[in-house]
Design a protein around this ligand. Structure first.
Ligand code: PLP
Length: 392
């Protein structure tokens, strides 16, 4: 534990919330305004249209004063009826939580099980959908980027499997730790409901979430009977803003307009390429540390490595929390911890949002030092490998 407060700016390598750019902080730093004021409505409209561009959709959008869980709840309750079946594709902690929420709302939840270090088998998905000749499965739910394990699912390939079987299920995708970081295309991938949040790739404080909804999703909504009120899309669509019930989080909207400006100024494709570069540098470091029976990548499927978060599995008998504590209290670097059953076994390096090479290298260097300080066996030279890659 610290004896004095660490100096200098904290390096935040957490997979959410993420760093908030200074210009976003400045944009939000303003007195309250009436959310019906025409000046604010202009900001709202610009931000709203911007979120649709980032989702790559021209369809419907509903936004909430809630963290991602609120948008999860909106997605299920607006689209489904009591007792209906959803098929959740197992990825890890967050697919479990979404499934649990479904059970809590009286849905029948089937899980397409997976080796969590590899991700689902697409052939098994095909078999499950093809076997459902009665069309019991009303929705397929996929977490695009499993923040707990650092594994990304190929949403386009999942779409292709659904299409190949001709199954009519709605396709729901959680993009909470992928939007604004990884390639994501709501309309092209025919996603019926996208769940997103403010505090990751959009580089904002936590507390605002949203769902993009397809026309097919809106048609299903018309018949969906699960109980809802605050998150009801029909009620929202009647509001002047066509979204939001209650007082709008006005300051977040000033920030959102600015964060979208930043993303578009860099160019979405360049943002994705930056995330991919930083992620690969991180993985190269971890692969070196894995020598000498050291910590290793949790994800074992190279085609599904996440470009927004890397989860690192500690060698048997070594506590991931010790690494996090050293990083946090000795070097002022915040890393993500293990969630659920992975608590103490893994730590996570978030490399999404407002991040550049030196910020990442600062975090990687601190991890390498923390491994030494805690006498964790590892291969030496991980940071060198990351630098070699970033400098190439
Ligand atoms: N889904 C994913 C993939 C997440 O990473 C998170 C949070 O980290 C959530 C859902 C839940 O969102 P929130 O914590 O904002 O409620």
């Amino acid at each position: 534990m610290p004896t004095s407060k660490p100096r200098g700016r904290q390096f935040f390598a957490n997979p959410g919330p993420t760093n908030i750019p200074d210009s976003v902080l400045r944009a939000m730093d303003r007195p309250s305004v009436d959310f019906m004021d025409p000046d604010f409505v202009e900001v709202y409209d610009e931000a709203f249209a911007g979120v649709k561009r980032v989702l790559r959709t021209t369809q419907h959008l509903f936004m909430y004063n809630a963290s991602g869980h609120g948008a999860w709840e909106a997605s299920l309750t607006n689209l489904l009826s009591p007792g209906e079946t959803i098929l959740v594709l197992e990825t890890g902690f967050f697919s479990d939580q979404w499934a649990e929420m479904g059970i809590g709302h009286g849905l029948t939840v089937r899980t397409l099980e997976a080796d969590r270090r590899m991700g689902i088998d697409l052939a098994a998905l095909r078999t499950a959908l093809a076997a459902d000749t009665a069309g019991e499965i009303k929705a397929v739910c996929a977490v695009h980027n499993e923040t707990a394990t650092g594994l990304m699912l190929p949403v386009d390939q999942i779409r292709a499997v659904i299409d190949a079987t001709g199954h009519p299920a709605l396709f729901l995708v959680d993009t909470i730790s992928s939007l604004g970081s990884l390639d994501f295309r709501m309309d092209e991938w025919k996603i019926d409901c996208v769940v997103g949040g403010s505090q990751k790739g959009l580089m904002l404080p936590t507390g605002m979430s949203f769902t993009g909804v397809s026309d097919k999703g809106m048609a299903a909504h018309a018949n969906a009977r699960l109980k809802r009120h605050y998150f009801d899309w029909t009620m929202m669509a009647k509001r002047p803003q066509k979204s939001f019930i209650g007082t709008l989080p006005v300051n977040i909207f000033y920030g959102l307009r600015e964060s979208i400006r930043l993303l578009e100024d860099e160019g979405l494709d360049n943002v994705i390429a930056r995330h991919s570069r930083l992620a690969e540098a991180t993985r190269r470091a971890v692969k070196v540390w894995a020598g000498n029976n050291g910590p290793q990548l949790y994800c074992l499927n190279p085609t599904r490595y996440s470009d927004s978060v890397t989860t690192i599995l500690m060698p048997e008998g070594h506590d991931a929390e010790a690494i996090r504590k050293t990083a946090r209290y000795r070097f002022n670097v915040s890393l993500g911890g293990g969630l659920g059953a992975l608590g103490g076994k893994v730590f996570r390096i978030g490399h999404l949002g407002d991040l550049n090479e030196p910020m990442l290298l600062g975090a990687l260097t601190s991890v390498e030092m923390a491994l030494r300080i805690n006498n964790v066996p590892h291969g030496k030279g991980g940071v060198d490998a990351a630098m070699d890659y970033l400098a190439s």
